[in-house]
Every structure is written in structure tokens, then in C-alpha cells.
Write a protein that binds this ligand. Structure first.
Ligand SMILES: CC(C)(COP(=O)(O)OP(=O)(O)OC[C@H]1O[C@@H](n2cnc3c(N)ncnc32)[C@H](O)[C@@H]1OP(=O)(O)O)[C@@H](O)C(=O)NCCC(=O)NCCS
Length: 286
């Protein structure tokens, strides 16, 4: 096998690879990921794609790794590790984060990654939120779009820990957004876009469960009766309860891992009013 640039791989082959491991990505989702990230494929002698790995740099010193896949008939032969070593050699000097599936967890441990937090993949047929989840009266909730990129990216940077303005610009082109404003200042936002089997809400950034619900509930209401997904690190509390009441119980979990430096601050180290990531943009993007 040889390594190729993922930018040159046929989209249909990448799509077939993720279908082979039961992932929901559509060809459009791969296309989006290739636009915002870089990556490699493992190809056999006649150019068939048998593995992939991608990375998404935010600024000069932080990147996430994702879309690590080995074709099922090749697994447990060292291909995953081989792809990861190539990816890591492209990422020297970067602090790294990723979302590890159970299948990949030991592989990442063996490469020095450390486990930080669990991500709850919540999904299902959305149910109209009840009135108690309504936005707090004093706050202004309104649609946000590409024109709001600067305040969105500023709030996001406080929560995410790295500047992801270019990624957010692309996401906002493909998403609808809702922001919560107090005295003209953006305090929380949620984006929602088509992904996989339906729609995904993420990222969501807010300083409290209440604000996170206020920006999320409109998308839940709009997708009532349809497939909706949200990946969160909130295990308990009113946001987590809101998701399960709205038809999005925990479907699966992955583990946030990091290499080089702790990525997700400990809950106790985050002041109450500081913005936090309530929903990931995706497991690959963090
Ligand atoms: C996760 C995944 C990419 C791993 O790929 P892989 O090609 O099987 O990875 P490797 O072969 O390098 O390592 C996997 C295991 O095989 C073992 N292995 C590697 N070479 C081996 C060999 N020659 N003989 C026997 N076992 C071997 C490794 O020790 C490792 O075992 P461990 O996980 O128990 O430590 C693959 O299982 C996959 O695509 N899963 C579905 C998608 C997914 O979950 N991706 C991860 C996203 S975070």
C-alpha cells in the first residue's frame, strides 16, 4: 500500500470507506471535511482507497485528528497505526485533540494520547420542546449568519481554546444559526446543518445550560419528527435532560483525548460565567 493525498482521492471511494465501517457520512460531508481539513489515504496497487486519516488545524498550534478508518478486511494489521504515524509526522509542533471510538481507543493510547472526557452522541427523532424550555424573557434570541462571524468566532475562541474563524466561516455558509444577545452582545450561539442521516446541531457555545437550551430549542422544534443529532460532553444537568426529553437520548459515546497538552479544562477550573462548548461541530472537528 502507498500513502496518497486525500484531496486527490475519488469521493465515491471515501464514501464507500465510511459506509463500510457503518458511519453515516454522506458524500457531501466528506467534501465539506476535505474543504476544511487535510488528510491522507492508504491505497493499494490499483488505486483503491483502503484507509483514511484527516486533520483540522485551528491556528498554528492546535489541530484535531479525525476520519481515521481502515477497511474492515484490513483491520488489525497495523494500517491504522501506519496512517496515524504519517498524520503525526505532518503535525509536528501541534497540540492535538481527537474523539476516540472504542475501536481506536487503544491505538491512540499506544501513541501517547490521554483520555480527558466522554462525548455523548445524542440522536433520534426530535420531539417539539415543551414550554418550560422557552428562552428567558429578557434575552434576545435571533438568527445569526455569516455577517455575525466575528462575534461568533470570538465567543467560540473563549470556549474552544483556539481560534477557528476559518472553520466557522465555512460552517456558517452551510448552517443556519441562532444567537442569544444581551445588551447587544452575543452570549450564546448554535449552528445547525445537514449531516449524515438528517441534521446535526453544533457547535453550541453558551455560559449556562439555560442559554444553551435557549439557542438550541428552535432547531429542535424545527426538526420535530425528523432525525436530529447533537454531540455533547454534558453528562447531566438541564441541557442533557432537555436533549433526552426532546427525543435525543444517548446513542453512543466516544472519548475526548489529547496529546501534548490538556485540551478540555476541568469543570472545576472553569468560572461559572465563562463560555463552554455545549455541542461539538462534529466528532472529527471537536
Ligand atoms: C480504529 C481503526 C482505524 C483501527 O485500524 P486498524 O488498521 O485495525 O489499526 P491497527 O491494525 O494499527 O491496530 C488495531 C489493533 O490491531 C493490533 N495489531 C496491529 N498490527 C497487528 C498484527 N500484525 N497482528 C495482530 N494484531 C495487530 C493493534 O495492536 C491494535 O490492537 P489494540 O487496539 O487491541 O491495541 C479501525 O478499527 C476502524 O476503521 N474502525 C472503524 C472506524 C473507527 O472507529 N475509527 C476511529 C475513529 S476515532
Amino acid at each position: 500500500m502507498k500513502i496518497g493525498d486525500i484531496a486527490d482521492a475519488e469521493l465515491d471511494q471515501l464514501h464507500a470507506l465510511s459506509i463500510a465501517v457503518g458511519w453515516p457520512h454522506r458524500a457531501e460531508d466528506w467534501q465539506f471535511l476535505r474543504r476544511v481539513g487535510k488528510g491522507i489515504v492508504a491505497q493499494d496497487g490499483i488505486g483503491r482507497v483502503l484507509g483514511s486519516a484527516m486533520w483540522f488545524a485551528n491556528g498554528d498550534n492546535f489541530a484535531t485528528i479525525g476520519m481515521l478508518i481502515t477497511s474492515p478486511r484490513l483491520q488489525a494489521n497495523g494500517t491504522g497505526q501506519w496512517l496515524m504515524r504519517h498524520a503525526l509526522s505532518e503535525l509536528e509542533g501541534y497540540k492535538l485533540g481527537l474523539s476516540a471510538t472504542r475501536a481506536a481507543y487503544r491505538l491512540y493510547l499506544s501513541l501517547g494520547f490521554e483520555a480527558e472526557k466522554i462525548v455523548y452522541q445524542c440522536q433520534g427523532e426530535a420531539i417539539e420542546p415543551d414550554a418550560t424550555a422557552a428562552a428567558p424573557g429578557a434575552a434576545g434570541v435571533r438568527a445569526v449568519g455569516p455577517d455575525d462571524l466575528v462575534p461568533v468566532a470570538k465567543l467560540d475562541r473563549h470556549a474552544y481554546g483556539a481560534d477557528r474563524m476559518p472553520l466557522l466561516a465555512e460552517l456558517m455558509e452551510h448552517s443556519r444559526g441562532v444567537g442569544l444577545f444581551r445588551e447587544g452582545e452575543l452570549k450564546a450561539f448554535a449552528l445547525c446543518r445537514a449531516f449524515g442521516r438528517g441534521h446535526v446541531i453544533g457547535p453550541v457555545v453558551a455560559s449556562s445550560d439555560r442559554d444553551a437550551i435557549a439557542v438550541t430549542r428552535r432547531f429542535v422544534a424545527e426538526h420535530a419528527g425528523r432525525f436530529l443529532r447533537l454531540d455533547t460532553r454534558q453528562k447531566e444537568g438541564s441541557f442533557a435532560e432537555f436533549l433526552s426529553r426532546c427525543g435525543m437520548p444517548v446513542f453512543d459515546t466516544v472519548t475526548t483525548m489529547s496529546l501534548g497538552q490538556r485540551w478540555i479544562p476541568q469543570d472545576s477550573a472553569v468560572p461559572e460565567d465563562r463560555p463552554r462548548i455545549y455541542a461539538l461541530a462534529s466528532q472529527a472537528l471537536g
